[in-house]
Structure formats: structure tokens, C-alpha cells
Design a protein around this ligand. Structure first.
Ligand SMILES: Nc1ncnc2c1ncn2[C@@H]1O[C@H](COP(=O)(O)OP(=O)(O)OP(=O)(O)O)[C@@H](O)[C@H]1O
Length: 301
């Protein structure tokens, strides 16, 4: 999104976004080679997950960055937690957080979790004591703790995935994005991981948006966003229908944005081994490194 000129606040968009944590209309980005993603529409309710998938190069990482207000090329309407992210990008960024984006934003393998936590507190201007409280809350929510004296690379895969999101949630955040989420854990733990993501949204009534390699990761109740290989698409479609949200027949060339219905049977408690962990919280923008600060001619991200 543009940072140089502040567009007028889209009061209608902000009004339309009431009750959702994220509201996007005609969201798109163009690069020199053409469309990077979109245009697409989406609304995410508090505690709702979204899963973005599509072939390599479809624009998943770019869309994740856009949805957390960090992709300068973004156009369209984006309201995050009631803030017009196009008009007030820096305010909007304060409500979002990046757990992982491609190889650019990732926890350091050789740092212990304690060290990563302290680093994140510093970057996010989070008070250590508050962060400790947050970690305790997060441990309660997911039902296990992690040995914080372990280096990140020594953790179990599922611990790494959950810790990545937990670090992004040390300060209050309404939108958390995580790239390549499914491949962070073995196949038989992917469902469990998404259950944990779902539970973690309870902390701040937030949304977690995950990009995945597989196309069948979206759990019930989540928004399933399929990005085609660089085609223009535009649709909000409900699963099992062939119509847009406004009941219009769907453009066959349109991108899929599919709402997965809730399945109340799918809320079984999970078990997780392991233990250990602690915590820390507060404020600043650790994630500001992303795309926004790059010149137009910089390599992508
Ligand atoms: N900052 C940028 N400026 C211009 N073009 C970009 C930028 N970021 C990404 N792109 C373009 O968008 C395309 C999609 O990139 P992106 O990394 O988002 O795809 P992806 O779906 O995450 O791919 P992969 O699964 O391989 O990670 C890239 O091939 C590139 O051409």
C-alpha cells in the first residue's frame, strides 16, 4: 500500500468492516510482470482462520504481507480491526503480526526460545513481564509448554510452528500471518496444528491467516482462499455452491475464496506431549521489516 500519499479514509469500508477483524475488497497487487495477486474480497471474523493456497508463485506470500498491511504494492480496500489500512498503514500494522514469511521472517534456529522471546520483546517494544503473562496464557490455551532453554532448531516440529505464532502474539494482535504452515509439521500433525491456531485466536479475538502448500488444509469454519497461477480472479464463494456470495453464478475464471462451513463435531480436544516454557508482552512493530520499506526496484521482499 502507498505510504507516500495518504488516501482519504474510506468511511464506508470502515463501516462495512464492523464486526470483522479484516475486511478486504478488490484487494490486488501488480508488479512489473503483471498481477501478483487478486483482486479478491474477504471478510474475517474474530477467531476465524483463513488458509491461502495455490501453486508456487501464485502470490501467497505477497498476499500474506498485504493482509497484514506490509505490502506496498497493495491496492483496493483493506480494513484491519476498524482501521483503514490504506489510509493509515502504520496504525494498521500495529494490529498485525508476522509469524513467518518465506525465508525472510523466521525465528532464528540457533537462538533459544528464551533468546527469541527477548528479541521479539525488544523489537515489538513489549514489556518482559507482560510477555511472561502472555506466554502463560498461550501455554494454557494450547495445553502445553515448551522448554525455552532449547534452541529453536532443537524443538519438535509442532513446537516450532506453535512457537512461531506465539512469538508473533507477544503483543496484542488482531491478524497473524504464517507462511508454509502445513509443511512445518509432519502430515499427521497438520490437523492438530490448525486446531491450535484456531485456539490461539481466542487470545485477542484475532484471525490467523496461514499459507499452505496443500490445498486441503482449511479446517471447518475457516475461509479457504485459492490463488490461481497469476490469473485475475474475484469471488467470494460458499462451499458446495457454484455461486458468489450474492448468489450470482460464479465466473469460472475467478479465484476461489471459499467459506468452509463449521462442523461442530470437529472441536475435539487435542493432546500434545512436552512441557516447559514461560513468557513476556507489550508493543512496537517488530514486523516492519517486510515489503513496505523496500524500494520499488528492490528484489521481491
Ligand atoms: N515486492 C514485489 N514486487 C514485485 N513483484 C513481486 C513482489 N513480491 C512478489 N512478486 C511477484 O509475485 C510472484 C508471487 O510471489 P510469492 O512469493 O508471493 O508467491 P508464492 O505463492 O508465495 O510462491 P511460493 O509458494 O513459491 O513461495 C513472484 O513470482 C513475483 O513475480
Amino acid at each position: 500500500m502507498r505510504f507516500s500519499k495518504r488516501p482519504p479514509v474510506d468511511t464506508k469500508a470502515v463501516e462495512d468492516a464492523s464486526g470483522v477483524v479484516l475486511h478486504a475488497r478488490d484487494l490486488n497487487a501488480q508488479g512489473r510482470q503483471g498481477m501478483i495477486f487478486g483482486p479478491l474480497d474477504m471478510d474475517l471474523a474474530p477467531r476465524q482462520l483463513a488458509v491461502i493456497h495455490g501453486p508456487a508463485g501464485a502470490g501467497k506470500s505477497a498476499l500474506l504481507l498485504a493482509l497484514c498491511g506490509r505490502f506496498r504494492r497493495t491496492r483496493g480496500t483493506l480494513v484491519i480491526d476498524g482501521i483503514d489500512a490504506m489510509a493509515e498503514p502504520y496504525r494498521a500494522i500495529q494490529r498485525t503480526s508476522v509469524a513467518r514469511i518465506a525465508d525472510y521472517v523466521v525465528p532464528e534456529d540457533r537462538l533459544t526460545l528464551n533468546e527469541s522471546l527477548a528479541e521479539r520483546c525488544h523489537l515489538d517494544a513489549v514489556n518482559l513481564k507482560k510477555a511472561e503473562d502472555r506466554v502463560r496464557q498461550i501455554e494454557e490455551i494450547v495445553g502445553f509448554g515448551i522448554d525455552r532453554s532449547c534452541e529453536f532448531e532443537q524443538l519438535e516440529a509442532i513446537e516450532r510452528a506453535v512457537a512461531s505464532v506465539a512469538l508473533a502474539m507477544l503483543r496484542e494482535t488482531k491478524v497473524v500471518v504464517i507462511d508454509d504452515a502445513d509443511v512445518m509439521v509432519p502430515h499427521n500433525q497438520q490437523k492438530l496444528l490448525f486446531e491450535m491456531f484456531s485456539k490461539l485466536t481466542e487470545l485477542d479475538d484475532s484471525t490467523i491467516i496461514a499459507a499452505t502448500v496443500d490445498d486441503d488444509m482449511a479446517p471447518p469454519g475457516s475461509l479457504d482462499v485459492e490463488l490461481p497461477a497469476h490469473n485475475r480472479v474475484h469471488a467470494v464463494k460458499y462451499l458446495h455452491t457454484n455461486e458468489d456470495a450474492d448468489d450470482q453464478p460464479r465466473d469460472p475464471g475467478a479465484p476461489e475464496v471459499t467459506q468452509i462451513p463449521f462442523d461442530s463435531d470437529n472441536t475435539a480436544p487435542f493432546e500434545i506431549p512436552h512441557k516447559a516454557h514461560d513468557a513476556t508482552d507489550d508493543h512496537v512493530d517488530n514486523n516492519s521489516q517486510a515489503e513496505n520499506s523496500r524500494p520499488d526496484n528492490s528484489p521481491r521482499r
